[in-house]
Write a protein that binds this ligand. Sequence first.
Ligand code: ASP
Length: 289
Amino acid sequence: MTALILHGGAGARRERNYDAEVMHMRQVVEAMKARLDAGDSALDVAVAAVTMLEDSGLYVAGKGASPNLAGAYELDASLMDGSTKRAGSVAALQGFRNPVVAARAVMDRTPHVMLVGEGAALFAHEQGLEPIADEAAWYTGAGQGEDNHPPGTLSHGTVGACVLDSQGRLAAATSTAGVFGKMPGRVGDTPIPAAGTWADGHAATSCTGQGEYFIRVAAAAQVAWRVAAGQTLAAATQAVIDEIGGMGGDGGMIALDAAGNIACPFNSQGMKRAWLTSAGDIGVEVFGR
Ligand code: ASP
């Protein structure tokens, strides 16, 4: 049995058209289904899915990033391997094409979990990761048109993936340029294991929304802990989104449990998302719950 779910952010606005994103998310799920069918690991598939989402330029992550208030592109990403509880992360990384690949390298090739800023960029350079030669030409600013809220208040186009592989392993990965109008150095939930990303033996979760709220409730890890305590995945994820909503926060999450159940609650207008069920069915949605 295999399953996966991915998201392209909880900032979807009803007045915008998402046909390109819907088509792209379907392509990503189909490509990842082929990899899972070929026996690839949940971790490899989560990284491959997020890399495709980053490279598309359609979401506010990777190529689709928007700059911070100082005009700099500071990107965050993390991943977690549920079967080993290993994690890797980069925050405020500048100048590299795929932050999720940098996060994977931190996990695989350093004794650390998280590298930030200049240190993360130095490490990415040493690892030979692909640099961005001309930032102005590279980034597409995919979230423009969703940018009609006060700076820092709107969640938008983070991407993420949760995967269950044929050996029963779970993994999650998440990547973002953060919220619009963010201050230089601002880091949200995305690169923080337990907040924006989590995978263990019970559940894998990737969050999107106003990261400041997700950090304060350990959103991604809380889902797995609730599942471990006996809650269904649907109840666990809804409880965490309700807690965030009760604090005034906006966003959503995707999650997958070890039995292949998927859940994707959100309290924002929409959340771009697509999935492969354990029965082999593919779906894509932006607004309907
Ligand atoms: N959660 C991300 C952050 O706070 C933003 C998003 O999901 O759109 O950086």
